[in-house]
Every structure is written in structure tokens, then in C-alpha cells.
Design a protein around this ligand. Sequence first.
Ligand SMILES: Cc1cc2nc3c(=O)[nH]c(=O)nc-3n(C[C@H](O)[C@H](O)[C@H](O)COP(=O)(O)OP(=O)(O)OC[C@H]3O[C@@H](n4cnc5c(N)ncnc54)[C@H](O)[C@@H]3O)c2cc1C
Length: 306
Amino acid sequence: MEHLQELITELQLCGVPLKQGELLCRHTSFQIGGPVAVMTFPESEQQIRDIYQKSREVRITPMVLGAGTNVLSPDEGLDALMIETKTNFNRITDLGGGVLEAESGATLARLAAFAADRGLTGLEFAHGIPGTVGGGLYMNAGAYGGELRQVVSGATVLYPYGTVTELGAEELDLGYRRSRFMSEECVILRVRFRLQPGDKTQIRARMSELMERRKTSQPLEYPSAGSTFKRPEGAYAAALIDEAGLKGLTVGGAQVSEKHAGFVINRGGATEADVLALMRQVQQRVYDRSGIRLEPEVRILGGENK
Ligand SMILES: Cc1cc2nc3c(=O)[nH]c(=O)nc-3n(C[C@H](O)[C@H](O)[C@H](O)COP(=O)(O)OP(=O)(O)OC[C@H]3O[C@@H](n4cnc5c(N)ncnc54)[C@H](O)[C@@H]3O)c2cc1C
């Protein structure tokens, strides 16, 4: 990347923590991916603004990563500047009246526990989703009948040209694993959640129950990015894959989980190429059998969502 060294020096002068050549496999739940040119770990909104401003000056567009639990990263790495939010940009604030505000790098697990400690109900479903608030909003993450759309009341967003905007829930275009952020370049800074008063014991019991259901049904012992494909209209991806006899189908180190056909797992040493080849085989064979085209839920960082 042209001007990279200049940009690194500028960011260091602004006090932005960063690493060069950091391996993406260390920051993604799939444990796949090569080095990224620069990974930054901002500690404040000001540092995120600095990153955007300095990057703009040298015509670089930063990429954003939360906990890396819904991405597939390229084996050859990325010649990019990445903003990682989970490590340092993760404060949660109780604004009173049932409203919590979280910086985008706070994990959904910590947010749900924070709400439970205050006797606030509504986020129990999110406790077992391993991502961050920012990644969760980007994906409108959901499970067991809940989704972020039901509890998000607004978000603060920074656009690459430096404007910070407050968006109301109705402006977020949240749908099934969809948000406005998929079609516009920006970084989610903070998200506000409106929750209801509830009984702490019942809230914690529901969180434990849902976590148990996950452990029983999902291959949590292997690296993965969760559900590989979105739920198609009127069907379930896992059921279609299972019915096509694809459980256990393997390409290199990547395998359709025997435990849950909706998950592609990394059995050890899987590459991006293995996962993509396996996904294509699954899509083709499900289509041949059912006429249904499965669409990836996993975000493919190296290119378009193929
Ligand atoms: C074992 C397992 C179980 C899972 N179970 C579920 C489940 O039940 N339900 C579910 O919905 N998902 C599930 N997932 C998928 C994943 O956890 C969610 O999609 C989660 O919301 C992703 O958050 P993240 O922080 O990891 O995002 P990342 O994977 O880091 O990023 C995902 C996308 O969001 C963008 N992004 C992240 N942060 C920001 C930000 N601050 N501003 C702008 N863009 C941003 C990234 O650029 C990327 O395009 C599971 C994953 C695993 C590994």
C-alpha cells in the first residue's frame, strides 16, 4: 500500500495502538487468514476519527472488524488498514430508564450479563452469540426467536469523511441478517438498547438454558463462523444440507459439521480456499436436490460475498 509507512507514523503520533502484519487467523473464530498490513486497536472515538482522517489523506479506506466471528479471511492476508474494536473500544454505560449504551467493541455476552446484573430483560437471546455489539448490529444478529432489531433504539455512526450521525432504530433498515451498514461505508461507534425491567433470577436462568441448547446442538469444540448460510425463505439451511446427505463432506481442513449441518468447521489447518470450495459444493448439491440457492451468511473479507 502506497503511503503506508507515512500513515503508520501519523497514527503512532496520535497514540493509536497498532500492529503490522498481524495474522487474521488470530482474530477470527474460524482461525483462518493471513497477515493484514496494519491492524489498529483504537481506544476512543477520537482515535477512530484520527484513523479515518489520516487514512483519507492517503486515500486508504479502513476495514472494520469486531470479534471476527462471522468472517472468512483470505489466506494471503489483506493489504489493508483494519480497525479492530473488540480489544479497546468496549465500554458499556447505563443511561437509566432501561437504556444501555455500548461501544461497538463490547461483546454481546458482556452486554447481556451487564443487563442481567441490572435486572433488565430483552438481551437473553444474545448472550451466547460470540460477536460484538457492532458486528451484531451490522448482521442484525439473532437466535432463539430474538434479534437485535427488537431491542436496539439507535446507533451513533462515523462516516469516512468525518461526520458523526445519530441514527434512530427505524433508520437502521434491520431485517433478517441485514442492515443498512451492508451497503454503506461507515463505522458503528455506539449502539443504544432499550430494555424492560425483569427478574434477575429468571433472566439468568433463561441465559443458561439457551447456552445449554447451544452446547448440545452446535459444534462449539471446533473453530467456525457459526451458520455458514442464511435461512432461505420457507426452509432451513441446515435441514436442506442434511437432506442432501452432506454432513461430514470435507474439503482439505474444512468440513460440514456432523453435529450441525448448518456449520462449516475448521477441522485443523483449513484455508479460505478449502472453505470456499466446500461452500460451493454445498450450494450446488442443495440446489440440484431442492432448487433452492443458499446464500452465505458469513462475510467474505477478501471479496464480494460469493
Ligand atoms: C459458534 C458461533 C455461533 C454463532 N451463533 C450465532 C447466532 O446464534 N446468531 C447470529 O446471528 N450469529 C451467530 N454467529 C455469528 C456471529 O457471532 C454474529 O454474526 C456476530 O454478530 C458477528 O459479530 P462480530 O463482532 O464477530 O463481527 P465480525 O465477524 O467481526 O464482522 C462481521 C461484519 O460486521 C462488520 N462490522 C463489525 N463491527 C463493525 C462496526 N463497529 N462498524 C461497522 N461494521 C462492523 C465487519 O466489517 C463485517 O463485515 C455465531 C458465530 C459462531 C462462531
